[in-house]
Design a protein around this ligand. Structure first.
Ligand SMILES: C[S@@+](CC[C@H](N)C(=O)[O-])C[C@H]1O[C@@H](n2cnc3c(N)ncnc32)[C@H](O)[C@@H]1O
Length: 272
């Protein structure tokens, strides 16, 4: 993506996470505790570590990592959601967590200055995710560790095209979800050796997925994304595993919710 488009994408990301700061932020910090703890285990977060959580949003990883490491910086370029991270840190009495406004593609740290760099659900919002991994590698000491949690998409071009199309209707700041081979390539190019990885499915309902992106059933974005999601049910053509389930209570005349699965990948790596 060229620089002009990169700036346009960044503006869309800031707009999205300003308007959904509360609804998305409160969801992320309450529902992603297990994810953050799993990543902390995979990267062996330790009491002597100085760490950064880039694109930290409401502090989803940073709030958990602060309990395992000496010092952690939560960095994000959307002031509204970073403010939520600050409030959360204050409420939880985490004096070793600092929140800084900044760009994940140009980290405000010197070369080889940190032990640990982590990020979650950010790479799919960035036009050049490889540049983020290069920055993570740059600021780490040799042997320093990287932890990444993000959406994982199928290698099948048709499936990933439909998957990304639905994601972009839901959130126009979604750039591109990565497949396993993309992660392998960009980690390798950044001089990072993968030491562990895990894939996990996150079951949820379509309505809730749309809700945390700021949409309700009557919105055109909801309607368009739902039509595509339903059309992918027969062959699971977008890899969301969508299905209807018998519900105890359905309001007369109302369409049932859709059950679906978001697939996530957790990767731990070290700087060679
Ligand atoms: C989907 S949210 C994820 C937030 C958090 N890491 C989590 O897992 O809940 C994406 C976040 O990435 C941030 N972001 C995207 N691109 C960024 C960049 N280049 N530099 C800093 N933050 C960025 C957005 O502001 C937003 O807070």
């Amino acid at each position: 993506m060229c620089a002009a488009n990169d700036n346009e994408l960044k503006a869309l990301v800031r707009k999205q996470f300003t308007s959904t700061a509360e609804v998305f932020g409160n969801y992320a910090v309450t529902h992603r505790v297990t994810d953050a703890e799993l990543l902390a285990r995979l990267v062996c977060a330790a009491p002597t570590d100085r760490a950064v959580d880039l694109a930290c949003g409401p502090g989803t990883l940073a709030l958990r990592f602060a309990r395992h490491v000496k010092w952690v910086c939560g960095l994000d370029f959307t002031p509204a959601i970073l403010e939520l991270a600050r409030r959360n840190a204050l409420r939880e009495g985490l004096s070793n967590l600092v929140c800084v406004l900044g760009d994940a593609q140009a980290l405000p740290f010197g070369d080889s200055s940190l032990d640990l760099a982590v990020t979650s659900f950010s790479l799919h919002h960035i036009s050049d995710p490889a540049s983020v991994l290069r920055e993570m590698a740059r600021v780490l000491k040799p042997g320093g560790r990287v932890g990444v949690l993000d959406i994982l998409v199928s290698e099948d071009p048709k499936v990933r095209e439909l998957n990304n199309r639905i994601e972009r209707i839901r959130d126009n700041s979604h750039a591109r979800s990565l497949a396993r081979s993309d992660f392998d390539r960009i980690f390798g190019q950044a001089g990072l050796r993968m030491v562990a990885s895990e894939e996990r499915g996150h079951p949820r309902t379509f309505d809730h997925w749309m809700h945390v992106a700021g949409w309700k059933r009557t919105d055109s974005q909801y309607i368009e994304a739902r039509q595509l999601m339903e059309s992918s049910m027969a062959d699971d053509g977008a890899n969301f595993h969508p299905r209807f389930e018998p519900a105890e209570v359905v309001k007369p005349g109302e369409e049932p919710d859709i059950y679906m699965i978001n697939t996530g990948i957790y990767i731990a790596a070290e700087k060679i």
